[in-house]
Each structure stands twice: as C-alpha cells, then as structure tokens.
Design a binder for this molecule. Structure first.
Ligand code: ACO
Length: 422
C-alpha cells in the first residue's frame, strides 16, 4: 500500500505520496504541491530537499556510510583503480578484463590537448589561480569540439565527450601548475597509467625519465577515488542545474569546478593548510584557535571540520588519515603542520562545542597534508579535488540527461517592497 503524508492548510487536508529509496530513506513527494495548494516549500540551503532520485551514490551521514553503485568506499579504495571507479560511476558497472582495458586505452588515446590551447595558457599570468585556469580551459574545450554543444546528440557523441574530459583534465590540470611555476609544459606519456601519467606531467622534467614512487601513486589513486562522487553536493547540484538547461557537458563541468572552488566546499583543503600554517606562525597555541572557532563574534571556523551530511564521522577521513600516516612515514617527512593538525583534532574531539554539534574532521582535514607531502602546491589542492570529482559530475549529468529531467528552476518567497509609484 502506498504511504501518504497529510498536510493541513486552512482547514483543508492534502495527501502527499511518501516514497522510499532502496536503502530505506524516506521522502515526501511535493512535486504537485503548488498546483494543488498554491504553496511552495521554503528550504534555504536545501537542507531537507531532495532534488532528484539517483542510483549513483548512497550516503548515510549518521552511520558514516558511503557507497558507489552499491560498493563501499572502503572496498573501492582497497582494490580499485581510479579509472575503474570512474567507469563504475558513469556506466553503472565495475569494469574488469577486456571492458576495463578498452576503457583505459580509449582514455589514453585522448590525453593530448589541442596545441592551440597552449595559446590560451600563454595568455594567463603566472599569478592565475589554477582553478580559474582549469574552469576556463574546460569551457574552452567546447570551441575545439563544437559538436559537444548539443548534448541531445546520439550516445556515442556523449561518450566521446566523456572520454575527452576524463583524458584531458589531468593534462590541463598539470599544465595549469606548470603555468603557475613558469615551467615548460610536459606532454602526456601514454605508456603510463592515469595517475602515474599525471605525476609525470606535474613533476617530470622533459630531459629526464620521471621515477614514480609507488607509495605516492597509491596515495593519489586513493585520494582520487575518495573524492570521486558525493551525491547531491554543491558542485554536483550545480552541474545538474547547468546541464538541465541543455548546456554542454564541458560547460556544466566547468560550472562544477567553479562551485567546488569556494572554501566551504572543495576549497577547504587549501584553507586547512593555510589555517595550520597560520596557527604555527602564531606560536602553535591550538587552544586559542579552538576558542576562536567557538566564539560566535569571531568569523574564524575550524577548516576541515564539520560536514553538511556526515554527523558522526566522515568515512573518507578515516581512510585518508591512514594513508596520510603511511605517506609521511615512507617519504620520511616530519611536517610540523601535522603536529598542529593532530593537536587540533584531539582538542576538538573532546570539546563539548564540537561534540554537541557533531563536528568531526572531514576528508579535507587530511588530504591537504598528503598533497603537501607529495609536493603539490597549496593552490593546486582544489584542482586535485576536481580531478577526483570529475567522474561524479559526469555521472550526475548523464543520469539527469538520460532521465529527461526538467530545467532546474527553484521558486522563492518574495519579501521585498510592494508595488509603489515611481
Ligand atoms: N568550526 C566552528 N564551528 C562550526 C564549524 C567549524 N568548522 N562548522 C560548523 N560549525 C558550527 C556552526 O557555527 C553552527 O553552530 P550553531 O548551531 O551554534 O549556530 C553549527 O556548527 C552548524 O553549522 P552550519 O554552518 O549550520 O552547518 P552546515 O551544514 O551549514 O555547514 C560546513 C557545513 C559548510 C561544512 C561547515 O561545517 C563548515 O563551514 N566547515 C568548515 C569548512 C569545511 O571544512 N568544508 C569542507 C566540507 S567537506 C567537502 O566539501 C568535501
């Protein structure tokens, strides 16, 4: 029997269908609410609003569960390659054998970016933030592949756009770093796997063979997987809304990159390191910063703490914390910011303010420390997040398109002036 919820307004009763997801999550379907009652719902920041049904990612914030297409994030981090997770998210199946080989080879074949794009790079000053360069260059791909402008094209056309994005984003990301450094650009080496190739384009010199450290490669593979999708977050919701107007996949992903840039979302990993460095430079008094974070008159927040949906722990933070220890140990790095991070974590976890509000370290608290240890500059951290999140954005866009969802267009409650004569 279908469950319903009753809504009482001005003495009238309206029945609203109650839907249940495959993991028992419940939703009240209000899609006909305005037509039936003349009312809209108001939910600033979408804290209670489901914008879509989705089969990609399941997340239980209370229990700290994260699964992609049914597979746990722990299993995927343990056993998968990032490109396998990308395929899983985008096409719904975990690829092995020939399927995976074919997918990998196609992506390898498309890693070069058009030489004319180098002219665009040349136009950016070295001071350009790599996230701005990345989003601009991704939008520019529409100029080189104009057929992508029509996303209603046949599935093969969409698949080619997907492959090009996955293949070229690491090249563009590494080039945006080289641009910042003022170094000559490195070309992709198609004999290397996806992660090693990225490391080679970032840190290799044209004149020498770049030695891949397997521990670094493995940590980066895990980091990319950990960021691969996170259901309807700020950037994924942006990608869906932009894509719902039938903007191209490149334009939609570029919008996602910009949404990710902010410090309350993907920019938090950069903000964490900056915060740790500030604390260190200020004498390392962790208690002082805990007090500042609790003070409502002080805008300071403990970056890398808290999450909109995880209210017990962030499962990604657990995996990454372990990886972080391994990388630092194997590279023999003794990073004083890590000591500050550990002290902050300890102090916050036993402080009533953080305990009562269920504020725990999120994935960004540790990811910045790993990026720093492997030599990635702070301004590139959010670019690393974007590389990882790319398959999630593509999967969310593709699902939205395939379901023929309508254009995303929220309502509002107008609270401004009434009509007045001019
Ligand atoms: N430091 C201090 N206090 C905090 C923090 C923090 N990092 N995060 C939340 N709070 C407090 C708020 O002041 C609020 O307190 P109140 O109830 O007394 O007013 C309460 O906890 C709830 O916070 P909200 O801002 O309402 O929570 P929301 O779900 O809107 O925000 C967010 C979540 C944006 C992640 C927030 O916790 C934050 O700003 N964290 C720091 C930035 C960060 O690490 N972002 C990365 C998120 S993970 C990701 O995007 C991959």
């Amino acid at each position: 029997m279908t469950k319903t919820a009753e809504l009482h307004i001005d003495g009238k009763v309206y029945e609203l269908p109650v839907l249940e997801g495959t993991e028992g999550e419940k939703a009240i379907d209000i899609s006909k609410l305005r037509a039936q009652t003349g009312h809209i719902t108001l939910d600033i920041g979408f804290k209670n609003t489901g914008s879509t049904k989705s089969s990609i990612t399941f997340l239980d914030g209370e229990q700290g569960i994260l699964r992609h297409r049914g597979y746990s994030i722990e299993d995927l981090c343990d056993k998968a390659d990032f490109l396998q997770v990308a395929h899983l998210l985008i096409y719904g199946e975990y690829p092995t054998g020939e399927t995976y080989d074919k997918f990998k080879n196609t992506i390898t074949y498309h890693t070069l970016v058009h030489e004319d794009m180098r002219k665009i790079f040349d136009g950016f000053p070295a001071s350009a933030h790599p996230m701005g360069v990345l989003s601009s260059l991704v939008t520019s791909l529409t100029a080189f592949y104009p057929e992508s402008l029509d996303p209603t094209t046949a599935p093969e056309g969409v698949d080619l756009t997907i492959v090009r994005l996955l293949a070229k984003l690491p090249t563009i990301a590494a080039w945006s770093y080289k641009n910042e450094m003022g170094h000559p650009l490195n070309y992709p080496n198609n004999n290397l796997d996806y992660v090693s190739n990225f490391l080679q384009m970032m840190f290799g010199l044209r004149t020498e063979t770049y030695e891949i450290n397997p521990i670094v490669r493995d940590a980066l593979n895990k980091l990319l997987i950990l960021h691969a999708d996170h259901e309807q977050n700020c950037s994924a919701a942006t990608v869906r809304v932009v894509g719902s107007s039938q903007a191209s996949l490149y334009a939609s992903v570029s919008a996602g990159i910009n949404a990710l840039w902010g410090r309350l979302h993907g920019g938090a990993n950069q903000a964490v390191i900056e915060m740790l460095e500030n604390i260190m430079e200020d004498g390392g008094d962790v208690e002082k910063y805990i007090a500042k974070a609790k003070d409502k008159n002080d805008p300071f927040r403990l970056m890398g703490f808290g999450h909109r949906v995880y209210k017990n722990f962030d499962p990604r933070a657990r995996i990454i914390k372990k990886s972080c220890d391994e990388v630092l140990e194997s590279l023999g790095i003794n990073d004083p910011t890590l000591e500050i991070a550990k002290k902050l974590e300890e102090a916050a976890l036993k402080d009533d303010y953080f305990v009562d509000r269920k504020l725990f370290p999120n994935v960004d608290f540790y990811s910045g420390i790993i990026y720093r240890a492997i030599g990635i500059p702070t301004e590139m951290f959010t670019v690393m997040f974007a590389l990882g999140r790319l398959p999630g954005w593509i999967a969310q866009w593709k699902e939205m398109r395939e379901e023929g969802q309508p254009i995303g267009r929220p309502r509002q409650l107008y609270v401004g002036e009434n009509h007045r004569p001019l």
